[in-house]
Design a protein around this ligand. Structure first.
Ligand code: FES
Length: 273
């Protein structure tokens, strides 16, 4: 969650009126979590280095200009932080509105429905409506052939859907699918591949609405890449962009067990109905 926990000299700051003492180098987001406060976030996760790209975790800090990302901002002695000011709430809502405007609104049939961080964060920031037209990326957001439970290949073979830049669902890996239309480009999969697995199989290519996760050279699918199918990227994904085929076929399990063996140390997730 933001910068991983540090061992350093104790630093005391105030978050929303409450004092908290944490080691030097701790992120503001983690300090707030020590107080039980969950600052909205999308690109940060507990086991990855802070990245600071989604801008959902912005806060106000007295004496500082702007609204820094709490996941990448280290604490300082005497710092006074506001995580729920009207200004940051407005910014977070605007950020979420932009994310949702470029996302297929197929939640009711999406395999991640109820287990989606984008959905959770939209609720957390109070987003109920969005003012922008949906579906601006260059992937299939037409609504036709959206992936649904038990329908892994629904969109893969359908051609360009009338869009010359259409990139279909990558169904090449036997364990998971990659659906570029649902990607929010948070980089968590890329960082998990690097930081957890040490494989460096993934990268982000393109800019703006053309941004997408790429598994190697242009045109490569996951099976043709250096991906070792460890699943670290799938576990890191906050949406249904990288989704286990077992979840697509059978739905989200009621419970999962994660075990870590000495062989690779990634932590395999066994799911039970
Ligand atoms: Fe801090 Fe994404 S969670 S910028």
């Amino acid at each position: 969650m933001g910068t991983p926990a540090r061992q350093g000299a104790p630093v005391t700051l105030k978050v929303d009126g409450f004092d908290v003492t944490v080691p030097e180098g701790t992120s503001v987001m983690r300090a707030a979590a020590e107080l039980g406060m969950q600052i909205p976030k999308l690109c940060a996760s507990d086991n990855l280095e802070a990245f600071g790209s989604c801008r959902l975790c912005v806060v106000e800090i007295e004496g500082r200009r702007g609204t820094p990302a709490s996941c990448t901002t280290p604490v300082a002695d005497g710092m006074v932080v506001h995580t729920q000011s009207e200004k940051v709430k407005r910014i977070r809502k605007g950020v979420m509105e932009l994310y949702i405007s470029d996302h297929p609104l197929d939640c009711l049939t999406c395999s991640a429905n109820g287990d989606c961080e984008l959905q959770d964060m939209a609720g957390a920031v109070g987003l109920r409506d969005q003012r922008y037209e949906a579906g601006r990326n260059h992937y299939d957001t037409s609504g036709a052939g959206m992936l649904a439970a038990g329908d892994i290949r629904a969109r893969a073979p359908q051609g360009d859907m009338g869009n010359p830049d259409y990139i279909p669902v990558d169904d090449s890996n036997p364990y998971f699918t990659y659906d570029p239309a649902k990607c929010i480009v948070c980089n968590r999969c890329v960082r998990a591949c690097e930081e957890v697995q040490g494989t460096f199989a993934l990268t982000i290519e393109g800019r703006g609405f053309d941004s997408r996760v790429s598994a190697g050279a242009a045109g490569d699918d996951f099976m043709a890449s250096d991906c070792v199918s460890c699943g670290a990227c799938v576990q890191a994904c906050p949406t249904a962009t990288l989704q286990e085929k077992s979840v697509i076929e059978m739905g989200t399990p009621e419970r999962s067990v994660i075990t870590t063996c000495a062989y690779c140390g990634v932590g395999c997730s066994f799911k039970a109905e």
